[in-house]
Design a protein around this ligand. Structure first.
Ligand code: UT7
Length: 326
């Protein structure tokens, strides 16, 4: 059986760090509230002169270098993002040009925070159908231009950043993606939106600027997110014939430390088997899992043979999980 293995990862975030104390000066919030309710201590916010590809291109280059794969060997680029440099060309095509990945087809997947896991799932299916294919999956967002700095309930949560992974068919039948599932529920889309930025606006209408910003019904989303991720984790494990005890490390979506703890709790996995970096990056949307995975690999927390579980949840609503033997 052909399995898609992750050969290399890379991640980059803009260099400007914004701490909770910095936010205290801008809005009615406190370091204590943010830390206790979310676990976030700082996040990276790109400068007004920076754009998505300024950090995504270097992240992809690191992933290719780590994998030992040249850009011209890549046959497919899947970019999980909703905040690429411009509406057209796609972020995938911008990455293709910047990398010189002349033989790749490229496109974006717009599934909010779930973009990277959606991308891994697409890569898995493509590689199983075309075992010679090498795929670059990028995941990352630059949400800072859509943050309403007057809305403390969302402004403290998000940051910019992302990462990438290079996948190819594995020679070792035990290594690679064991199971990967994606899910959506558009009926609950209203819980997390950036609404006033699309074709629903009548031609010539000037939307309220507020509609162009992130809006979230956080407490409701929290419950749906934990429940959905728990269910899909059970599904990917069952499909692989494994149980939670077989998981060496969980690299979850980094939206909120309490959410990660609640998921670990319900799932029966102790926090020493969970990788967390939400304290340093906040919620980077499609960037959270590739940023965390790359850091976990480089820190030696993910080793060859380890079973890695990556659950995600985001706007849409969308969610999913990828289970990999490293
Ligand atoms: O990546 C996509 C997935 N993301 C999610 O699913 C996010 C899930 N939700 C969450 O992470 C949490 O719901 C939040 C962190 C967004 C909010 O935490 P919460 O414990 O659910 O707080 P809350 O919204 O119920 O607000 C509690 C209180 C409110 O005050 P009152 O009404 O009790 O007086 C808020 O006004 O906290 C207040 N509050 C703040 N206070 C200081 C909200 N934001 C802030 C803030 N600083 N930044």
């Amino acid at each position: 059986m052909v399995r898609a293995a992750i050969l290399g990862t890379g991640s980059v975030a803009p260099s400007r760090a914004v701490t909770n104390r910095d936010l205290e000066d801008r809005m009615d919030t406190s370091d204590a509230w943010i830390t206790q309710r979310t676990g976030i201590r700082e996040r990276r916010i790109g400068l007004p002169t920076e754009k998505w590809s300024d950090f995504m291109l270097p992240a992809c280059r690191i992933a290719l270098e780590t994998a030992g794969v040249g850009p011209e060997e890549i046959g497919l680029i899947v970019a999980g993002t909703m905040t690429a440099d411009m509406r057209m060309p796609s972020g995938g095509c911008v990455l293709q040009e910047g990398l010189g990945a002349v033989n790749a087809a490229a496109f974006d997947v717009s599934s909010a925070c779930s973009g990277f896991v959606y991308g891994l799932t697409i890569a898995d299916r493509f590689i199983r159908a075309e075992p010679d294919l090498k795929v670059l999956v990028a995941g990352g967002d630059m949400l800072s231009p859509w943050i309403d700095w007057g809305d403390r309930s969302t402004a403290v949560l998000f940051g910019d950043g992302g990462g990438a992974a290079v996948l190819a068919a594995s020679d070792d039948p035990d290594r690679g993606i064991l199971s990967s599932r994606i899910r959506s529920d558009g009926t609950l889309g209203r819980l997390l939106t950036i609404a006033g930025d699309g074709s629903q606006l009548a031609f010539g209408d000037k939307p309220e600027m507020g509609n162009r910003k992130i809006r979230m019904i956080g407490a409701e989303l929290f419950k749906v997110a934990v429940r959905s991720m728990e269910t899909v984790c059970g599904e990917v494990l069952a499909e692989a014939g494994l149980t939670d005890e077989d998981v060496d490390i969980v690299v979850p979506h980094q939206a909120n430390l309490r959410m990660i703890q609640a998921l670990a709790d319900r799932f029966g996995v102790s926090m020493d088997r969970v990788f967390v970096n939400v304290d340093r990056y906040g919620n980077t949307s499609a960037g959270t899992i590739p940023l965390a995975l790359d850091e976990a690999v480089r820190a030696g927390r993910v080793r060859r043979g380890d079973v890695v579980l990556m659950p995600v949840f985001g706007g849409g609503l969308t969610w999913g999980a990828t289970l990999v033997r490293w």
